[in-house]
Design a protein around this ligand. Structure first.
Ligand code: NAP
Length: 307
């Protein structure tokens, strides 16, 4: 395996950074991996599990001399981290991030990137509802897309290297414009998360259904909402605060469709419901055909239960 970057620094050591560390090791990338996270508790866990070659006690120490620095903190924390490490980034280094929103991260981080440092935002479209350095695994990015979101002045060679780096971690890559990225993600990820949070919140509020019933009968659909709604509250708070317009646009459309379905139910318009569900089913088929999920029944969990 060719060594793309000699020293790679992760700022933030949660699910995404730890999965990147594991995937780098799996790929046999001979790079030196260093990391930093703000809490001593998380640094201790990272040290205990041997996540990086070195866990530093400051972001500056980790970023110094790194050929690639990846910001793996919640979107709302990117600016403060960039401000702190900006002055020590070495000329020729690449600064990237994995934030779930791109436009506000570019606006927040951009001003702190020194001349001669390549700033190339990115976003792996892969995740789980788990957080922290213990939750990472090498396969997380396999066959999943990572959006590479170059800014206007991004150097082509540096973009090619970062693209190759992500491909070595198992990812498929796609270059995207930041605003388009934020709109696509509002449809595919941000709005669905908000809807899941709402549905679980509604069930929680519904005192007519007891807690035990909610849990006992969850496999009827509710369970899949609860998995999404168990995602990290800080990360998702920041996603909505930072992808405001695109999310509100999609939620507006969602509300209109919901009203139309409500009307169809009230008026007994079975044709409308049937046509609608036929269309949505074909989208599911498209996802399976594109290799982005399995067609195993019950979302592939039957096998897991038998083990
Ligand atoms: P995570 O597992 O919750 O880890 C978050 C990391 O950021 C921890 O190291 C945490 O430090 C640190 N952190 C939290 N708040 C901070 C703050 N205010 N200032 C500095 N550091 C802070 O998160 P993750 O899932 O890896 O997500 C990291 C980034 O990846 C986010 O920007 C997220 O939008 C993006 N992303 C997530 C997913 C996903 O499904 N989870 C998928 C794609 C992209 P301590 O533990 O030391 O407090």
């Amino acid at each position: 395996m060719t060594q793309i970057y000699k020293r790679v620094a992760f700022i933030g050591l949660g699910l995404i950074a730890s999965s990147m560390c594991h995937a780098m090791r799996r790929a046999g990338m001979a790079s030196e991996i260093v990391g930093y996270t703000r809490s001593k508790e998380t640094r201790d866990i990272a040290r205990e599990i041997g996540l990086c070659d070195q866990v530093c006690d400051s972001a500056v120490e980790a970023a110094q001399d790194a050929d690639l620095v990846v910001l793996c903190v919640p979107v709302g924390a990117m600016e403060a981290v960039a401000k702190e490490i900006g002055p020590v980034l070495k000329p020729g280094a690449t600064l990237s991030d994995v934030g779930s929103v791109k436009r506000t991260v570019i606006d927040a981080v951009g001003p702190y990137v020194p001349e001669g440092v390549h700033f190339i935002p990115a976003h792996p479209l892969a995740g789980t509802e788990h957080s922290g350095p213990r939750s990472g695994f090498a396969e997380l990015f396999d066959n999943r897309y990572t959006a590479i979101v170059p800014v206007d002045e991004s150097d082509q060679q540096a973009v090619a290297e970062l693209t190759m780096f992500w491909q070595s971690l198992g990812a498929l890559t796609e270059t995207m414009d930041p605003d388009h990225h934020d709109l696509v993600l509002a449809v595919t990820s941000h709005a669905p998360h908000l809807i899941a949070y709402t549905m679980v919140g509604v069930a929680d509020d519904l005192r007519r259904v007891t807690d035990s019933e909610v849990i006992k009968y969850s496999a009827t659909g509710f369970r899949d909402f609860t998995r999404i709604a168990a995602s990290d509250p800080v990360m998702w708070r920041d996603v909505f605060l930072n992808n405001k317009e695109a999310t509100l646009e999609i939620l507006g459309r969602f509300t209109e469709e919901l009203f139309a379905l409500q009307r169809a139910i009230r008026q007994g318009d079975g044709d409308h419901l049937h046509d609608y569900f036929t269309r949505t089913r074909s989208i599911r088929r498209g996802i399976i055909e594109a290799g982005q999920d399995t067609d195993a029944p019950d979302f592939g969990r039957v096998k897991a239960r038998q083990e």
